[in-house]
Design a protein around this ligand. Sequence first.
Ligand SMILES: Cc1cc2nc3c(=O)[nH]c(=O)nc-3n(C[C@H](O)[C@H](O)[C@H](O)COP(=O)(O)O)c2cc1C
Length: 253
Amino acid sequence: MLGVYFSGTGNTKYCCKQFCDTYEEGSIVESIEHESIVDMIRQHEEIVFAYPIYWSNLPKLVNDFIKDNASIWNKKKIYIIVTMGLFSGDGSGCSARLFKQYGACIIGGLHLKMPDCIKDVKILKKNVHDNKILVQNATIQINNAVTKLKNNTPSRDGLGYIAQLIGLFGQRLWFYNKTKHYSDKLKINADHCIGCGMCIGLCPTKNLVLLNDKAQALDKCTKCYRCIAHCPRKAITLLGNKVVQQSKIEDYI
Ligand SMILES: Cc1cc2nc3c(=O)[nH]c(=O)nc-3n(C[C@H](O)[C@H](O)[C@H](O)COP(=O)(O)O)c2cc1C
C-alpha cells in the first residue's frame, strides 16, 4: 500500500501515516510534493490518498495534482482520508468523483476531525488538552477504520449522495470561489520579517520570494497555512490579521 498526502500543517500527514502504518508495516507514505510521487503512484495498485478540507472542498493544489496527472489513476483502488476542523459533508466525495472520472475504483472514505489549522483566526481554536483529545479520538477512529478495511467492510464517510448534498449546500456552494483559484492575499509584515527564508523553503507552491532581505508573497497561495505556522516572527497572515496560535501536530501526539 502507498500513502499519498498533502498536508499544510501536519494533521493530514499524521493521519495518513498512522493509517498506512497500522494497515501494513513498512508502507510507503509520501507527500504529493515529492519529486518522484507520480512514479510511485504508477507502481502501486492500492493507494491511500489524504488531504485537508478547505471550505468543504479540495485544496486547489490537490485538485490540480489529481487533474494534471489524470492518466495515473486508471484502475487504482483508492481509499480517501480527509482531515477537517469541524465539518466537511462530502470531503472525500470531492476527490472520489474526480478519481472515478479518471478510471479509479474508490474503496472507502474516512473523515477525521483534527485541530483547526487557521492560525490567524480565533474561532474554532482549542487548548492543548482538547486538541490532544481530538488527536487521540482520530487515532482510535483510524485504528477502527483499518480493521474495517481489513474485514472488507470499509468505512464510506462522505461518499454517499446525502453527504454530497450536505457538503454542497452546507458550505461548498457559498464558498466555491475560495478554492477555485490560488490566492494573492497572503500578507507579510515587513516590520516583523527578518528575511530568514524559512517560509520560502516550506511553501508547496513556491509562492514566496526574498526581495531586499524581506519575504514577499506572489499570487499562488494554496492557503495551507504552513508558512504561517512556522514563521519565527509571526510575520505572515492570510484570513486574519494576527497570528493567534502556532501550535503543531507534534504538540498533540
Ligand atoms: C483555508 C482553509 C479552509 C478550511 N475549511 C474547512 C472547512 O470547510 N471545514 C472544516 O471542518 N475545516 C476546515 N479547515 C480546517 C482544516 O481542514 C483542518 O485543520 C485540517 O486538519 C488541516 O490539515 P493539515 O494540517 O494537514 O493542513 C480549513 C482550513 C483552511 C486552511
